[in-house]
Design a protein around this ligand. Structure first.
Ligand code: ADP
Length: 212
């Protein structure tokens, strides 16, 4: 199965993407996670991307496209894939279609998770993540600061640098201007399933699974 998951920052794409990828045993490609790993390792790519990511701007298309081409050189895509955070601009979507055509692969579906903006800001302001395994937690579930450790790997939980209110607003504007047009791009190809993103993780997962 070959899928793309779309939706504004904070709609729960990453959480659902992990569940879908593990249920169907397909590769989960999160460009945000790849970039954050590169930034914390201080690699060349990380250095180029850092300023964009931390201010909520998009990393230039050519950097992202080179990164995706590199990913597709590995054989982890044999069983299928779920793209999370890519494509994010029309240019990326067009180039991705070309790449898939070259590889003789077609997309099965584009899952578009929809949540209103007020709820998104509330969710992102309450989000903390494990610095190691990237599991996402809710700040409001912890009573004291010293509790902030991951229940899976024990590492420290931190806020993403781009999860401040000002940067969130910027990311939402960037999403509307640059990424939302992709919904129409894929609608024309008859691939889009809109999913209501309000509810528990499992409810949303059930809604998505019903289409797969
Ligand atoms: P979210 O969807 O919650 O904003 P992501 O983890 O998907 O978060 O992305 C975080 C940041 O990484 C983005 O704001 C952007 O700076 C950068 N980024 C991720 N994917 C792309 C992409 N496909 N093109 C350009 N920039 C990207």
């Amino acid at each position: 199965m070959r899928l793309i998951i779309l939706g504004a920052p904070g709609v729960g794409k990453g959480t659902q993407a992990k569940k879908i990828a593990s249920k169907f045993n397909i590769a989960h490609v999160s460009t945000g996670d790849i970039l954050r790993t590169e930034i914390s390792s201080g690699s060349m790519l990380g250095k180029k991307a850092e300023e964009f990511v931390h201010s909520g701007k998009l990393v230039p298309d050519e950097i992202i496209l080179a990164m995706i081409k590199e990913e597709f050189r590995t054989d982890k895509f044999k069983n299928g894939f779920l793209m999370d955070g890519f494509p994010r601009t029309l240019e990326q979507a067009e180039k991705f279609s070309e790449l898939l055509e070259e590889l003789d692969l077609n997309l099965d579906k584009v899952i578009n998770i929809v949540v209103d903006e007020k709820e998104i800001i509330k969710r992102i302001s309450n989000r903390i993540i494990c610095g190691e395994c990237k599991k996402v937690f809710k700040l409001s579930d912890f009573k004291e600061d010293y509790d902030l450790a991951c229940d899976i790997c024990g590492s420290k939980l931190t806020r993403r640098k781009d999860d401040t209110e000002e940067v969130i607003k910027n990311r939402l504007e960037v999403y509307k201007a640059q990424t939302e047009p992709l919904v129409d791009f894929y609608k024309k190809k008859n691939l889009v399933e809109n999913i209501d993103g309000l509810g528990t993780e499992n409810e949303i997962f059930e809604r998505i699974s019903a289409h797969l």
